[in-house]
Design a protein. Structure first.
Length: 341
């Protein structure tokens, strides 16, 4: 009789524990959005390809359906993300900083932006026709040089690069205004500009090489810590200067010190912690699926946690990184500082 009572009690406990477990699972599932959007540059851009690729992995490996949502530029979707009207987005470090601080071209501060993942670097610089005679940034004197008057990343970086070369934008060269990288490269192809600004390896640069022949990437500095590099790093938060060998990246035909900063997957502060955790986990476990999608997604997973950040990480992402042993004291200190703690 006693054994039967014990069996009955144990059975009731087992049922109760099971019900609680199922209830917790249901609660977590209820927290998850059925669908999410990822803000990106227009279709055909590298950043759209990254967003589309990450959306594919999320959709395949979670209960959440993810889609890329192309916009004309950051100023169109980052304000929506800050308000929670877009769920995630693909954005460069410099533009993250400009948006957070409310710097040109953003009219207001965007305090609700949060990191899910850092990623691979975008490599940027000016390139010229190989036979132009231009070898250094100082050689831009008297030349027609591309300047994006509205771009946060592009325009801001260009101005600082020219300043770091010891040139006055208004007195020493002719600024050719453009709206975006595509128009910048077209200006060089058409002969309207002597120097165009672009991302190394992008398809538009390959087009330029087919039309104008050999090109030369103008080094932004002579080393990682010379006078020019120090000015650039001081004035551009989230930017680094890195050395790349000829041939190490498609379209790079010469050794050069170039601007480099990470491409980030970001969200907003009120986005579901559970959804962020699950999305971060899905990305971190599927590098093999990401790699064939786009060169910028190769090696993405090993770079997801970074000290070169200008936004704090989302709690859901932090939970995953701590579980995976990737969250360090150094990153935590930077994160706390960004949160104002």
């Amino acid at each position: 009789m006693l054994n039967k009572k014990k069996w009955l009690v144990l059975s009731i406990l087992f049922v109760a524990i099971s019900l609680i477990a199922f209830s917790l699972t249901d609660l977590k599932a209820a927290e998850l959005p059925k669908a999410v959007s990822i803000g990106t540059h227009p279709k055909g851009s590298s950043f759209n390809a990254i967003g589309s690729g990450i959306a594919k992995v999320i959709s395949l490996h979670t209960r959440i359906s993810a889609v890329d949502r192309p916009f004309a530029g950051y100023t169109k979707w980052l304000p929506l993300l800050n308000k929670g009207e877009v769920d995630m987005g693909i954005v460069g470090n410099v533009d993250c900083y400009h948006a957070r601080q409310g710097l040109t071209p953003f009219k207001d501060k965007h305090p609700n932006l949060r990191m899910i993942s850092s990623g691979t670097d975008v490599k940027l610089g000016y390139f010229v026709r190989a036979d132009s005679g231009i070898k250094t940034m100082a050689d831009f004197k008297g030349k027609r040089v591309i300047i994006d008057p509205m771009g946060a990343g592009m325009g801001g970086i260009q101005r600082v690069m020219i300043k770091a070369a010891g040139l006055d934008l208004k007195k020493d060269l002719t600024a050719i205004p453009v709206a975006g990288v595509t128009e910048a490269v077209d200006a060089l192809i058409d002969g309207r500009a002597d120097a165009a600004y672009a991302s190394v390896g992008m398809g538009k640069v390959k087009e330029a090489m087919q039309k104008v022949g050999s090109i030369y990437w103008v080094p932004v500095s002579g080393s990682a810590d010379d006078a020019a590099a120090k000015i650039i790093k001081k004035e551009l938060n989230g930017v680094d200067i890195k050395y790349y060998k000829s041939g190490s990246i498609p379209t790079l035909n010469n050794d050069a010190w170039l601007i480099a900063y990470p491409i980030n997957l970001v969200t907003h502060a009120k986005f579901s912690e559970e959804a962020t955790y699950i999305i971060t986990k899905a990305i971190s476990e599927n590098q093999k699926e990401l790699s064939p999608i786009h060169p910028f997604l190769r090696g993405w997973v090993e770079l997801m946690v970074s000290t070169n950040i200008v936004l704090p990480y989302h709690p859901g992402a932090i939970r995953l990184y701590k579980e995976a042993g990737k969250w360090s004291d150094e990153v935590d200190q930077i994160n706390q500082k960004l949160l104002g703690r």
